[in-house]
Each structure stands twice: as structure tokens, then as C-alpha cells.
Design a protein around this ligand. Structure first.
Ligand SMILES: *[C@@H]1O[C@H](CO)[C@@H](O)[C@H](O)[C@H]1NC(C)=O
Length: 280
């Protein structure tokens, strides 16, 4: 949990751990039965609840376990607080939420504080593997600052147990490491069991700008946007043209580390119309 930032351009404030729960429910996918856990070959909506729950874990900033202290805790909490608290927290959340998928969205490790990047990553992801949860990851701006390159970190993530992470699509010129997508099928035994009713995309949003006139974090490149658009429209066509044909495209979610520039203009004014009518 040491140092670093969420990756918000212009606001490099350390954020210890961001956790978002995404529960997507597709009406057509509702029914009865067990959820998609490791061991079953594909991700799919649950029968009883008709839901597919994703726990997103960002910015663990994991390093050397017990030897790495906590940031952003009260002065009274510093003593005895380490990466092991992050591990304990993940176990508590996973037990409470029983997710169908865990997505680690970067700065999973804090490379600069880590003695051995592979070892730090193994420890960071361990609760998901130990609990046999399907999981996927993208990298942030700090993962490669240790003993592994960006490519090395991503290759390690892809090779870990129960990992659904991918490298880049085959035969495509694309920026970054770890641009891939996952399909989530409808409930077993229903007409949508063989279709992707939720499309998940994972993008490498880079680390830092390499353009001298632009300071700060990296961004998603045009090559990645093209791949995303092509993959998305092909999945949408399939969903609407193949039997049972659907009227609307399936929903999609994209996971990446560095927020879009628009995120920094998303403030309280986005929630309230100001007296002058400005603020949109
Ligand atoms: C970290 O974990 C230790 C051991 O369980 C516990 O005593 C301590 O209160 C935790 N610290 C925080 C900030 O949660």
C-alpha cells in the first residue's frame, strides 16, 4: 500500500485502495443455479440471482508484505499495519461478496518498493487464487517500476493460477501489454447459455507520457481504441444476428487504470445544475 497514485492526471494523491462493486443483471439471464467459479470453463451469469458480480480492486500498491508499511492511515494506525492488512482486507471482501470475477485494475504492486516483482504480485493476488475465484488484471503506472518490465509483469499475470488475464490480441499491432476481452455467457440451460450477454474489455492505459509537451500519465492509444471498436462491433453483430437474435447490443464494461481526461472535469458540478445553467 505504499506510495503512488490512482493515476488521475493532475491529482497525484496517494490512494491506498479503491474498491468498486459492479453487479450487472441481465433480465434475460435470470434463473436458478450456481455461479461461475474457477473450474467451470467459462464466465456466466448465476441462475438463482440472474447476476454476475465483479469485485474491482485497484491500487493495492503491494510490495514486500509484512515489511512494507501502510500509507493513508491514521498516525495511530501506522504501527502494525502492512501489506498483510491489504491481504486480510481482500479476504474479508471476497468472503462477504462471493464475486463471480475479481478484476485487479493496476498498481497491483508498487514496483519501486518491491524487492521481487513476481513475488509481490503473487502475494498481492493470492487471496483470489486461494479462494479459487476467477480473476483478471491490467497494469497501472507503478507495476513495472521493480524487477520486471511492463511486458514482464503482464506475462507473469497471464501465467498465474486461475488467471483470465491475456496479453495482446494475435496478429494486431497494438500499444501496451495486456489488451484483451472476456465474454460472460447467459445462464446455463437457457437460450443465452452460448451467447456473451456481457462483454468485458481490459486495456493497458500505459504509465507516463513520453510526449515532452504533455506532462503526467499515459493514455489509451488510437491502436487500442481501434481494436476495442472492432471487437465490440463484432460482438454486437454476433449478439444481434445469431440465434436467438437480440434486439439490442449486449452491455459492455471496460477496465483500465488511468482515468480518461474527462474524469478530472467530473466534479460536484456534474451533479447539480448551477444557477446560471452552467456546469454541464
Ligand atoms: C492491521 O492488521 C493488524 C493485525 O491483524 C491489526 O492489529 C491492525 O489493526 C490492522 N491495521 C489496520 C489499520 O487495519
Amino acid at each position: 500500500m505504499a506510495g503512488g497514485g490512482l493515476g488521475l492526471r493532475g491529482a497525484h494523491r496517494p490512494v491506498a485502495l479503491l474498491l468498486v462493486l459492479v453487479a450487472a443483471a441481465a433480465g434475460a439471464a435470470a434463473g436458478k443455479g450456481k455461479g461461475a467459479h474457477a473450474g467451470t470453463s467459462r464466465l456466466r451469469f448465476r441462475r438463482e440471482s440472474g447476476t454476475f458480480k465483479v469485485v474491482q480492486v485497484a491500487d493495492m500498491h503491494y510490495a514486500d508484505g509484512r515489511a512494507t508499511g501502510c500509507e493513508d492511515v491514521l498516525p495511530s494506525q501506522v504501527a502494525g499495519c502492512s501489506d498483510l492488512n491489504t491481504t486480510a482486507f481482500l479476504y474479508r471482501v471476497f468472503r462477504a461478496e462471493d464475486p463471480d470475477l475479481v478484476v485487479f485494475t493496476g498498481d497491483n504492486i508498487y514496483g519501486a518498493d518491491s524487492t521481487d516483482a513476481a513475488k509481490s504480485m503473487d502475494a498481492a493476488i493470492a487471496p483470489a487464487i486461494d479462494m479459487k475465484l476467477p480473476w483478471a488484471a491490467v497494469i497501472g503506472n507503478h507495476d513495472q517500476e521493480g524487477t520486471l518490465s511492463r511486458e514482464g509483469v503482464m506475462r507473469h499475470l497471464v501465467g498465474m493460477k486461475n488467471s483470465l488475464s491475456g496479453l495482446n490480441p494475435e496478429g494486431v499491432e497494438i500499444d501496451g501489454y495486456g489488451n484483451y476481452n472476456l465474454e460472460v455467457s447467459g445462464v446455463e440451460g437457457t437460450s443465452l447459455a452460448e451467447k456473451s450477454v456481457l462483454n468485458l474489455y481490459f486495456l493497458d492505459s500505459g504509465d507516463y507520457s513520453t510526449v515532452p509537451s504533455i506532462k503526467g500519465y499515459g493514455w489509451i492509444k488510437a491502436s487500442q481504441q481501434v481494436w476495442f471498436q472492432q471487437t465490440s462491433s463484432s460482438l454486437q453483430r454476433k449478439y444481434m444476428n445469431e440465434n436467438p437474435k437480440q434486439k439490442e447490443p449486449a452491455p459492455g464494461l471496460v477496465f483500465f487504470h488511468i482515468p480518461l481526461p474527462e474524469f478530472s472535469s467530473f466534479t460536484a458540478v456534474n451533479f447539480h445544475r448551477s444557477k446560471t445553467g452552467e456546469g454541464y
